[in-house]
Design a protein around this ligand. Structure first.
Ligand code: XMP
Length: 518
């Protein structure tokens, strides 16, 4: 499998992931500061892994676990004796304290905005005042610090240890979260840590394109073809474009219409691809997908059927052309970490573009975006001159509208959802809100709601609008869309889309909800 090993080229900051929801956020913040970062789930931590990654600095993440549980996740002793600088965040802060002989106990809990008082000067807090605003979220705390620790900061209200350092060593703990934007000087603290650790800032995704293209052209031999499924989304478009630059006409870009697309989407995608010089092989398999989905109500069942059919279609293409030897996929870093390689976190949904396809196609896999976050993919796309409208497109799930229809997918329901989707997208674009949102879309429920039109009763059901802000889709906040915009959307949908008698707005973030309903 081709995978550009960034850790060989850059000073790597390794984030050891204890299953907390912020591991990706930490990794992204480090990259924003210009240094390369990788995430390693705790169960995969070994001396070999450290040797392979050869980190310049280590960050221990937060965790939903508690050190007061019977067998809490704890790294092996040697991690703190490698001579590599370590920063423990939240649970990671407590882990360092416990490993070095301190004690942890139940706290009365500090959640959200909190003030800390810095009681000892240290380079880690350079640029901060004596008192600063941070974001806390913990129910245990370090009661007694390790013997050889210096307490650097205390929380103002309760006086808990907000930060300590092991004397004379670059090993630090912070109880709060420097990676979240609510910690006012969080960025400065992370930057200070990089400086203390001597991490060179060489990470810049926008000049990676040339190297990726070179690597692909060295991987794919003369006469071999590369198959690439394109959806019109950012990841697959950038992937196809990079492959095209590397192998020219030996790229077979395939666009499958599974009949679960939005209004006019098939035409738009093909036009967009043509604009950047890619002529996709178009396969209209709508009837085949809709047929296979008949009577299926279970969300995972739908995802599995759709994934399987994609697999079959690709197998058919490959069997007709033996010179196809490679499959290029737009897998990004969160996909890699999420698709099963995070043992401390459960699989939530079967994202089909990550599972299924490559295993039984017998092709080599090219994943040029494997180490990148979406905004980094956009940066590469920009450096390649791919038009902004394509790069700014909101993510759209591989299984399409099927996961936004609760219950069985039928032609009629698809028609309703398409019309509602067009209205939502149109209104949101009109107000200029589109770019500030990660996604916005309606969901068609199967909950009836009695309507009234004129003097007559009208049968119909509920449509839920989901709009979220997010940095990477891993966590998301529901968007506070102005009431007048929601009002316009509601009026238009109930007026223009037959079969909808109520429009509701989803006000739950991720977690505890997911972004898509299924
Ligand atoms: P959830 O619903 O899991 O979604 O919070 C997180 C992000 O992933 C997108 N998504 C998918 N993308 N294939 C994809 O390519 C899929 O099967 C799939 N399921 C969800 C979702 O739209 C959101 O941006």
């Amino acid at each position: 499998m081709m995978n550009i090993e960034q850790s060989r080229e850059h000073d790597t900051v390794l984030i050891i992931d204890f299953g907390g929801q912020y591991a990706h956020l930490i990794a992204r913040r480090i990259r924003e500061l210009g240094a390369y970062s990788e995430i390693l789930p705790l169960p995969e931590l070994s001396r070999e892994a450290i040797e392979r990654i050869s980190p310049r600095a280590i960050i221990l993440s937060g965790s939903p676990a508690s050190l007061l549980e019977r067998e809490p996740p704890i790294p092996p002793e040697w991690v703190l004796n490698l001579g590599i600088p370590v920063l423990g965040i939240c649970y990671g802060h407590q882990v360092i304290a416990r490993m070095m002989g301190g004690t942890i106990s139940r706290a009365s809990g500090e959640y959200g905005r909190t003030y800390i008082r810095i009681i000892r000067k240290d380079p880690i807090f350079e640029g901060l005042g004596d008192r600063d605003e941070v974001w806390m979220s913990h129910s245990d705390h370090v009661e007694k610090p390790p013997k050889n620790a210096e307490i650097l900061a205390l929380s103002e209200d309760i006086g808990y240890i907000a930060s300590f350092r092991i004397s004379g060593k670059p090993i630090y703990g912070v109880q709060f979260h420097p990676e979240v934007s609510h910690t006012r000087k969080g960025r400065a603290i992370l930057e200070n840590f990089l400086r203390i650790a001597g991490v060179r800032k060489t990470w810049n995704p926008s000049n990676m394109a040339e190297r990726i293209v070179k690597e692909i052209s060295m991987t794919v031999r003369e006469g071999e073809k590369v198959l690439c499924a394109v959806s019109g989304g950012v990841d697959s478009t950038v992937t196809a474009y990079l492959v095209k630059k590397a192998v020219g006409d030996r790229l077979i870009a395939v666009f499958v219409n599974h009949g679960l697309l939005r209004e006019g989407e098939a035409v738009e995608v093909i036009e967009n691809l043509r604009r950047i010089g890619i002529e996709p092989l178009f396969i209209d398999a709508s009837a085949r997908f809709l047929d296979a989905l008949k009577g299926v109500e279970d969300p995972e069942g739908k995802r599995i059927i759709i994934g399987r059919l994609f697999g079959e279609i690709f197998k058919e293409i490959v069997s007709r052309d033996p010179s196809i030897r490679w499959l290029a996929q737009g897998t990004t870093y969160p996909d890699v970490i999420e698709s099963g390689s995070r043992p401390l976190s459960a699989r939530i949904k079967t994202h089909h573009n990550v599972g299924g396809l490559p295993r039984d196609l017998g092709l080599g896999v090219i994943e040029p975006l494997r180490s990148l976050y979406k905004d980094e993919v956009r940066e590469i796309g920009r450096s390649l001159g791919i038009p902004e409208e394509i790069l700014r497109r909101h993510p759209f799930p591989g299984p399409g509208l099927a996961v936004r229809i609760i219950g069985e997918v039928t032609k009629e329901k698809l028609e309703i959802l398409r019309r509602a989707t067009s209205i939502v997208e149109e209104e949101i674009k009109k107000t200029g809100l589109y770019d500030s949102l990660w996604q916005v879309f309606p969901v068609l429920t199967n909950s009836p709601w009695v309507g009234v039109a004129g003097d007559a009763r009208r049968e119909g059901c509920v449509v839920i609008i989901r709009a979220v802000e997010s940095e990477d889709g891993m966590t998301a906040d529901w968007a506070k869309i102005p009431y007048d915009v929601l009002d316009r959307i509601s009026r238009r949908i109930t007026r223009e889309v037959p079969g909808v008698t109520m429009v509701a707005y989803a006000i739950t973030s991720k977690p505890p909800s997911t972004i898509e309903p299924q």
